[in-house]
Design a protein around this ligand. Structure first.
Ligand code: ADP
Ligand code: MG
Length: 697
């Protein structure tokens, strides 16, 4: 058996379980090995029921005295309640919608539960396990002895219970020495950075002997992960810089000066600085790899336009790739308006074109009939080629992967025998990543920041309101629409679903269209609509034929309708802060006072806090930091769709010091040919999809 083998080869994994595991992302033996516990519970200490303190986590072991089943709640939940006794007292434990547990929770059996107890409602001082974290029922005849110690808690499911995971991982760990687990970090580095040996680290992270052991294991595995990614990113950067010749642009000429004069505004300081960085990179013979990070509405598009015109002025083609059709066609419109009077030929390519149109476009691009081509993913298909690409720009790049970014820069017809120069690459993102994190996410890029917004912007005022005020809110929206403004209503779901009580975009659309907004034009747009349909609605909104647009988060990215000055977000607690910020960025784009109303019941403390932050903070970076603090980096990072591998052991914020060490170590490694060669196989094994360009070379 090898690490790359399917988990099917493990004992206890049949086809059904293998399928269930695959759904959790566990396909290979290595996936299982790195399926790290979500948390641990210290069951080395059992607390007698009589000694439980409300609110303090504890593990209790007792015998199930009785089991009750009830139906309850609005939607008829099944409620199972077991009464547990251990000779010192009784504790009730409740499960919601876990009917299937009846089989296991038989009176007389021994039950281990871990959680935070509280006084039972109306129970005269009796305790209930109100926040149940985990539990385990002993089968008849099973010895309780093995249930003491520090235990891993895996993200388990109904089909794959905790106990199963523990056993499966335990057996895998026992078999590891025979597998011959390869080392991935060169010995010198391991020694210098005092890293735990790999085998030991895997054992400790799953079944720690104590807190120290766990900490050392986590550090080692986080280091390994970040180290490999850094090696990959640095190699990408080196490959681009050293092996190849870039495009050398000349300093600004007539065309650029004409564009600068034709712009309807002056660049802000930050825009000027970013543009200067870009100019400098473009005029150097090395390929540019630059990220422009700027909050929503900070004016990144004009920077891209300047850079693209610079490449055109130098006789090259430029390309701008956007993550959605809507955004791409918006860019296409504004580029044509601004650039065609200057004689720049702008083309458009997206999946929406017919096969014939696409082919014609491909030919025209390869023949150099367009100076700038704007489009979507369709730009990175196999058969797309440029005659002489000088600059590739991706907008809102967190939607694209590192790989796609590299792909775009590669497509070029080689006119002569010598390899063509490598085009410059410019990436623009509105994701406000705290500065230190850019190292991991965009380790292969240089960064320019645009922090200030263009002058004269009306600040957006944000309010949090409970659903009881919806009628009031919508009446206000109606008066605004009657005065000529436009508004967005954002919903978390597309269509009705049985599991959820949330109103869907479709329901809200029907409700508003036939109710408060009768007589006005209301549109609906969501991700499940066909491309053309979606675009038609957006176009109608853009041109003010639709006054109120009900939507899901499809409008999150880049949509620019300056006349829209109101946004109502239904069930605002369902969105992350970063996402709400992106959404809110759709308004406040014109001269009108803009309002964002977050409708939420705010049932939990955390939800209330987050929405209050939204109401108070308007700066994207500040919000991102608050978001991180509240949600923890796992979720924050996970939601960014950054195109980099998921981090399993490391945690980007908390492990900043490990990240810096890992980056340092990666640099040390790449300084040595042998060490670099030694790292490549691990890079190929673990991150082949992300760094194929390197590992295949
Ligand atoms: P984003 O960074 O979110 O992509 P855009 O490039 O779409 O932002 O710019 C938002 C709006 O601000 C556009 O309407 C644009 O014309 C305008 N804008 C950009 N730069 C300036 C500036 N320096 N002064 C005034 N308005 C500007
Ligand atoms: Mg933009």
């Amino acid at each position: 058996m090898q690490l790359t083998d399917s988990v099917k080869y493990l004992k206890g994994v049949g086809p059904k379980r293998a399928e269930a595991l695959a759904r959790l992302g566990v396909r290979t033996v290595y996936d299982l090995l790195t399926y790290y516990p979500r948390t641990y519970e210290d069951q080395s200490v059992l607390t007698p029921i009589a000694a439980l303190q409300p609110g303090e986590q504890a593990t209790v072991s007792g015998i199930i005295m009785s089991l009750q089943e009830k139906q309850g709640g609005r939607r008829g939940l099944s409620i199972l309640t077991a009464l547990l006794g251990d000779g010192t007292g009784f504790l009730s434990v409740t499960w919601f919608n876990r009917k299937f547990l009846k089989q296991q929770l038989k009176p007389g059996r021994r039950l281990f539960v871990t959680g935070r107890p509280a006084y039972a409602y109306g129970g005269r001082g009796q305790m209930a396990m109100s926040q149940l974290q985990s539990f385990e029922v002993l089968e008849e005849g099973e010895e309780p002895g093995e249930h003491c110690g520090i235990f891993p808690v895996y993200p388990a499911t109904e089909k794959l219970p905790q106990k199963y995971f523990r056993k499966l991982v335990g057996e895998l760990l026992a078999a590891l020495p025979e597998l011959g687990l390869p080392e991935v970090i060169p010995a010198g580095i391991s020694k210098r950075y005092e890293l735990l040996p790999r085998l030991q680290a895997f054992r400790q992270i799953h079944f720690p002997t104590d807190a120290e052991g766990l900490k050392a294991a986590r550090r080692r595995l986080a280091f390994e992960e970040l180290y490999l990614i850094q090696c990959g990113l640095l190699l990408l950067k080196r490959q681009a810089r050293e092996q190849k010749r870039g495009v050398r642009h000349l300093s600004s000429g007539k065309l650029l000066r004409a564009l600068e004069q034709a712009l309807p505004f002056r660049l802000t300081h930050d825009q000027q600085r970013a543009w200067q960085d870009i100019r400098h990179d473009m005029e150097s013979p090395l390929p540019m790899r630059r990220l422009v990070q700027g909050d929503v509405g900070s004016g990144k598009t004009v920077i891209a336009m300047l850079a693209l015109v610079k490449t055109v002025e130098n006789g090259f083609q430029g390309v701008l790739m956007a993550p959605t059709e809507i955004l791409a066609s918006q860019h296409y419109d504004s580029f044509r308006k601004q650039l065609e009077p200057l004689g720049v030929r702008v083309g458009f390519l997206s999946g929406r074109l017919t096969k014939k149109q696409k082919e014609a476009m491909h030919e025209a691009m390869a023949a150099g009939e367009y100076d700038i081509v704007i489009g979507t993913h369709a730009l990175i298909q196999e058969d797309v080629q440029f005659r002489n690409l000088g600059l590739a720009v991706t907008d809102e790049q967190h939607r694209f992967g590192v790989l796609q970014r590299a792909q775009l820069a590669k497509q070029q017809v080689s006119a002569d025998e010598a390899a063509p120069p490598v085009p410059d690459v410019l990436v623009m993102t509105a994701t406000p990543i705290p500065r230190t994190m850019t190292l991991t996410v965009y380790g292969d890029l240089d960064v320019s920041l645009i922090r200030e917004l263009p002058p004269g912007r009306q600040p957006i005022r944000t309010f949090v309101r409970t659903p009881e005020r919806r009628t009031l809110i919508y009446n206000y929206v109606r008066t605004q629409l009657e005065e000529g403004r436009q508004a967005y209503v954002v919903c978390p779901l597309v269509e009705m679903s049985e599991e959820s009580e949330l109103p869907s975009a479709e329901e809200v659309y029907d409700e508003l269209r036939c109710g408060i907004f009768r007589g006005l034009s209301v549109g609906l747009v969501h991700g499940r609509m066909k491309g053309a349909e979606k675009e038609q609605v957006m176009q109608d909104f853009y041109e003010n034929r639709v006054q109120l647009l009900v939507s899901t988060t499809v409008i999150e990215v880049g949509v620019n309708v300056p006349n829209a000055s109101l946004m109502v977000v239904e069930h605002a607690e369902r969105f992350g802060l970063a996402q709400l910020h992106q959404l809110r960025g759709r308004i406040g784009r014109g001269p009108y006072k803009s309002y964002c109303i977050l409708v939420s019941e705010g049932r939990t403390e955390n939800a209330r806090k987050r929405l209050e932050i939204m109401a108070r903070v308007t700066d994207g970076f500040e919000l991102a930091e608050e978001d991180l603090r509240l949600r923890g980096p796992g979720q924050f990072f996970g939601s960014m769709q950054h195109g980099l591998p998921d981090l399993k052991a490391a945690n980007v914020l908390g492990d900043m010091d490990i990240l810096l060490q890992a980056r340092q170590a990666a640099q040390e490694t790449l300084a040595s040919k042998e060490d670099t060669a030694a790292v490549l196989p691990s890079l190929a094994l673990q991150y082949s999809e992300h760094f194929a360009k390197i590992t295949e070379a």
